[in-house]
Design a protein around this ligand. Structure first.
Ligand code: ADE
Length: 234
């Protein structure tokens, strides 16, 4: 998979790129992640990419020209499945969208900034808009990193144990059940007895029950229109 991120602050991705999962994906040859500085596509000598909004109002607006030049340069080299724009006024990222994006070959993520981008970018160049939550960040870079991370870890082969992505919270419409590791008892707090026994069926039932219980308590909206009658591979 290839992800091209267009940003005014590409240096913000350095830490993310060096971190374990994306770095491992690149090393394994499963991911190409390229950063593009929108300023490199500016058409003026000040390298600016934004301007005052027509009709007045506060804040600067990223113009269509540098965005179009950058996206066109990328599209001249390969086809893209999606051109994503990060913006708080879009639908919020969820696991089904991350799953869908992980099947793409090439995607572009355009990071929003300032007051926004010229609406014609959204109308004519962008194929999907994503928010990462109902709050406003100072720029789209963190949102782009969140989207990239959620997608990259789903690309087959990126995680060592592929089942660990499949048994994530949300993947079967349920939150994950609680997990425990050694010691069996700490300060008198014990690991549930059923997990210590040898009965795999009972353990699977317990996990499914706890996953359901947790989902009902914490995110009941995940349960709508879903069939949770069978024990999933947790
Ligand atoms: N840019 C600013 N806030 C954002 C958000 N919540 N999601 C995506 N992009 C953003």
């Amino acid at each position: 998979m290839r992800i091209d991120i267009i940003s005014l602050f590409p240096e913000m991705f350095a830490g993310f790129l060096a971190s374990s999962i994306p770095a491992r994906a690149v090393k394994k040859g499963l991911l190409e992640l390229e950063l593009h500085n929108l300023r490199d596509y500016s058409t003026n000598r000040h390298k600016s990419v934004d301007d005052y909004p027509y009709g007045g109002g506060a804040g600067m607006v990223i113009g269509i020209e540098p965005v179009d030049k950058c996206i066109s340069a990328l599209k001249a080299q390969r086809d893209y499945d999606e051109v994503i724009f990060t913006t708080p006024d879009a639908p919020v990222l969820d696991q089904p969208v991350a799953n869908r994006l992980s099947l793409c070959r090439n995607i572009i993520v355009l990071c929003g900034h300032y007051k926004g981008v010229d609406e014609r970018v959204r109308e004519h160049l962008v194929t999907r808009e994503i928010s990462i939550g109902d709050y406003v960040l100072s720029g789209g870079e963190l949102a782009a990193a969140v989207i990239a991370d959620a997608v990259i870890r789903l690309v087959p082969g990126v995680l060592n144990d592929e089942t660990s992505a499949l048994s994530d919270s949300f993947q079967d419409g349920l939150l994950s059940p609680p997990v425990y590791t050694r010691p069996e008892e700490y300060k008198g707090w014990r690991v549930p007895e059923v997990l210590m026994g040898g009965n795999d069926r009972l353990k699977a039932e317990w996990r499914h029950e706890k996953a359901l219980e947790r989902t009902k308590e914490r995110k009941p909206y995940l349960l709508n229109n879903q069939d949770h009658g069978s024990i999933q591979s947790v």
